[in-house]
Structure formats: C-alpha cells, structure tokens
Design a protein around this ligand. Structure first.
Ligand code: ADP
Length: 492
C-alpha cells in the first residue's frame, strides 16, 4: 500500500489546501525534504467538523457496536500488515530509531485499536433499583458524546493518534484529529488504512492545519463535544481556557519531569539498565520519560559511575540503521532548546558527567543529534531540575535517606510518572503511596499498554487516557425511567 500522501483527509476524501498553503516536512537525521503537506484553511477545518457531525448522526453513531468493532479490528490488522512501511515513515519523520518504530510505536498503535475494538462491545449501563418497586423501572445507557476534536504532538505521532482515534470511535463518536505540524506523515498514512478497512466517510477526519487555527475552531464550535489534547502544559492550559467559553470539556495529557527513586537496596545493574531505557528511549522526547534520577547516598557512587559509562556507550546515528540506539531530536528549533538547557545546567553549577554537545562530522552534519547527556550535582534550584527539557538529558541527585528520596521526587509541578528501584516490596509500596504521579513503576520505567490507565496528576494533565475508563469517559450517561404502574398515575 502506498502510505505516503501530502493531502489531508476530510469526509473520506483526500483534499488539497484551498489556499494552496503547504508545510515542508524534514527528516531530522539528514535535513532532506520528505513532503510538502497541504494545510487546511479555517473553512476546511469547519468542513471537517461538519463531516464528522454528519457521520456521527447518519452512520457511525447508529451503527451496532459489534459492526464498529469489526471495522476497528480490520484497522488493527492492516496496521500490523503495514508495519514496515509505517515504521519507515515514522522513523524518517521523527528521527526515532527504526527498532523503536517497529517494536514499540507501530505495533502499539495496532494493539490500541485491537483493545478498544474488544471493549467497545462491553460498554454497559446499570439498572437502578427504584423506590417505587416494580411500578417504576430505571436504567442507564451510555451514549457517545458526538464529535471529538483531537490534537497530538510530534514525539509518538502514530501511537498517540491511535489512542485518541480508537477511544473516540470505539465509543461511537466521530473525530477530527490534527497531528503536530512537524510530524503529520504517519497520521495521514492512517487515513489510507481507514480507506482500506472500509471505515465510513467522515468518521475520522485528519486535518493538517496550524495549531492556533484548529484550537480556535474546536473551542468555538457548537458541534465539538470534547477536546482531547496531548502536548505542552502551556498550550494545553490555553486551549482549556478557550474551550471553557463554549463549555467544551477537555482531556489533557501534558508535560512531565518524572523521577526515578533509586533506593539503597536496589539491584544496581538492573536499576542502571532500566533507567537508561527510561531516560533515552525516543531521544528522551517522552512525556513520561525519566529526567531526574534521585539516588540514595549509599549507592550513589556505584550507580552514577555505571550509569554514566553505559550512557556513553549508547549508539547514536542514522535512525534507519538497525543498530542505532538513539536518533536526532525532532528539528532545529528543538535542538536549540535542548542545547540552551545544557548551557543553563553548566552555568548554574551542575557537573557535566558526559555528553553535552551537538554531534558533528559526516554522519551527523545535516541532522540534529545531541550526545546522551548526564548532569550530576544537580540541585532543585536549577532549571534542568525544574523544567521539562524533552531531550536526551538527565540529572542525578544524591539523597540521604528514603524520606529525602520521596521529598525530592515530589519536588516538581508535574505528576505524570515515577519509578521506584528497590528489592524490598514494603519500601516500594510505602513509597508508591507517597509519590504524586499517575503512573508508578517498580523496577521498570516507560512500559505502557492499552488496558492500563495513563493519567497525569498535578500540571501533567486533566482526565486520562488508556484503560477501559478512558472509553467510558468518551460517553455520557442517559437515565431512562419507565412507568410500569398498573393504575394511571394521577396527582391532581
Ligand atoms: P510542542 O511544542 O512540544 O510541540 P505544543 O503543545 O506546542 O508542544 O504542540 C502540541 C500540539 O498542539 C501540536 O499539534 C501543535 O500544533 C498544537 N498547538 C500549538 N498551538 C496550539 C494552539 N494555540 N491551540 C491548539 N493546538 C495548538
């Protein structure tokens, strides 16, 4: 299947920009142009919302859940059948190593459609005992919300689009989704899969447009019933403010500054291997990725020296190479942001234990490659401790005891995820109760799967994704009461 397209997808048709505006998409590994993608005008965004509304009312909303589920299973199968093509698109556009696209992102997207296809036939209401005995029967049904507006970021384009689309349509909603302007190609490719799976026109509309235009269009629409956003805390907060004026509810999956709590009784080798994965997968461009390693003083030296020497061995290079373990960051602007954070760490007095430079030389010359970077002697007043860097940069900080480990872990505005590294189950449970984060891992980090809920606490989000609860959140409750009285009800 030819998965590449420069057009966007409205009402089952591939559409060009009516203003002729396109955005050039670049491969961050070598600066090559991948595509010039059409940008929807404000009028075309409105057409997409109208198409979703029509499909909700005429085809997808009324369709029995089992039929919707069958189409979603076809989508999952087609994603799996096109794993190589989709992986290449994702790696070329985002810069993530091909082994990650092939083993994490693309199969994860297929699993997401599969899981929500399965649970979509199990959205249950209740029968409510009435105070009138058999004379009045009461039950609830869960109805879809209507049209969902979705906005996704550039770090896991296909996987995060799959989450938003699968939960929306599994509940019987229709959707308008806008991928990040830097990385639209895999989400557009999904449109080809929807065509092949026989998804009715208008159920999913994929619109490439400016974030500002789409945010305004969603927030001012009377046919959008929910906005689901993944991206930065500042943009998400602004979007929620806009949506408040039309009373449109928002689900927000925002930033993170996730800590690893390395206890004195951990298995150091296991903690080093697991936290490396937690930090550097996807070049550190991961909302729940590890950014702060907080280490008990009794294992600090051993952990730090092993972690730094392992970080130095990570193979950075062409992400299409099977052996590459880390690719470039997503674009020139983001490279600049990451390098500014590295400079701030140095100038605020942290010790640069390894990395800290943009890679130069033939293989790297035209890409945006940063060496895996580790700072030690990091204190909570530093920007690299407080702010989300979203790149291959991690801080290591020493704590004197378990209480200080937790205190430092919670010393952040964010609350997306955390991991605890210990062999002691009691310590792990005690700490997990104290940690302010929506996901807590023991001796593991960055493992997610569709059935497990994923919710950000504090500045990391509003509402949550994944798990059956996220499907239920895409429905509304209707209460139905039935008069079964033998005699006519008369009050007057
Ligand atoms: P990042 O800078 O990490 O990409 P953003 O929050 O800026 O994070 O972007 C996440 C998504 O939000 C992208 O799809 C982007 O185009 C979109 N976006 C940017 N500005 C707005 C806005 N004002 N309203 C709605 N969406 C926006």
């Amino acid at each position: 299947m030819n998965l590449l397209t420069e057009k966007f997808y409205i009402d089952g048709k591939w559409v060009e920009s009516d203003s002729g505006k396109t955005v050039t998409i670049i491969n961050p590994a070598n600066g090559q142009i991948l595509a010039n993608v059409h940008q929807a005008s404000k009028e075309q965004i409105k057409q997409a919302i109208a198409a979703a509304d029509k499909a909700f009312k005429e085809t997808w909303g009324p369709m029995p859940a089992i039929q919707r589920s069958r189409i979603m299973h076809k989508i999952a199968n087609l994603i799996n059948e096109n794993i190589e093509g989709l992986s290449a698109i994702e790696t070329n556009n985002v810069g993530k190593p091909i082994i990650e696209s092939r083993n994490v992102d693309i199969p994860g997207a297929a699993d997401t459609f599969e899981f929500f296809a399965n649970v979509s036939v199990d959205i249950l209401g209740n029968t409510i005992p009435s105070p009138f005995g058999n004379a009045v029967m009461d039950y609830t049904i869960r109805e879809p919300l209507g049209v969902i507006g979705a906005i996704t970021p550039w770090n896991f384009p296909l996987l995060l689009a799959a989450r938003k689309i699968a939960t929306s349509i599994a509940a019987g909603n229709t959707i308008v989704i806008k991928p990040a302007s830097l990385t639209p190609l895999s989400t557009l490719a999904l449109g080809k899969i929807f065509d092949a799976a026989g998804l009715p026109a208008g159920v999913v509309n994929i619109v490439t447009a400016s974030g500002r235009d789409i945010g305004e269009a969603f927030a001012s629409s009377t046919t959008i019933h929910e906005v689901t956003f993944t991206g930065s805390t500042s943009t998400g907060t602004e979007l929620m403010r806009q949506c408040a004026s039309s009373r449109i509810p928002c689900t927000l999956e925002l930033g993170g500054k996730s800590p690893a709590v390395i206890c004195e009784d951990c298995d150091v080798e296991e903690a080093v291997a697991g936290t490396l994965f937690g930090v550097f997968i996807n070049q550190g461009e991961c909302c729940c990725g590890l950014t702060r390693l907080i280490v008990h003083q009794n294992v600090y030296d051993e952990f730090t020296s092993k972690f730094v020497s392992a970080a130095k061995k990570i193979r950075v290079g062409n992400p299409m190479d099977e052996k590459t373990q880390m690719g470039p960051v997503v674009d020139a602007g983001h490279l600049e942001t990451v390098m500014e954070y590295i400079d701030s760490g140095k100038s605020q007095g942290a010790t640069l234990a390894c990395g800290g430079i943009r890679l130069a030389g033939d293989e790297f010359a035209k890409g945006f490659f940063v060496e895996p970077t580790v700072f030690t002697n990091v204190t909570p007043d530093m920007r690299i401790w407080r702010e989300e860097i979203f790149g291959p940069v991690v801080t290591i900080t020493k704590a004197k005891d378990n209480d200080e480990l937790i205190e430092l872990a919670n010393d952040t505005d964010y609350g997306l995820a955390a991991s605890i590294w210990t062999k002691n189950l009691k310590t792990a449970h005690w700490m997990s109760a104290k940690i302010e984060a929506g996901t807590v891992w023991f001796n593991l980090h960055n493992f997610l799967f569709p059935a497990a809920p994923y919710c950000g606490f504090k500045a990391s989000g509003v509402g949550g994704e994944l798990g059956k609860q996220s499907l239920i959140a895409m429905t509304k409750t209707k209460n139905v009461m039935i008069n079964l009285m033998q005699d006519t009800f008369k009050w007057y």
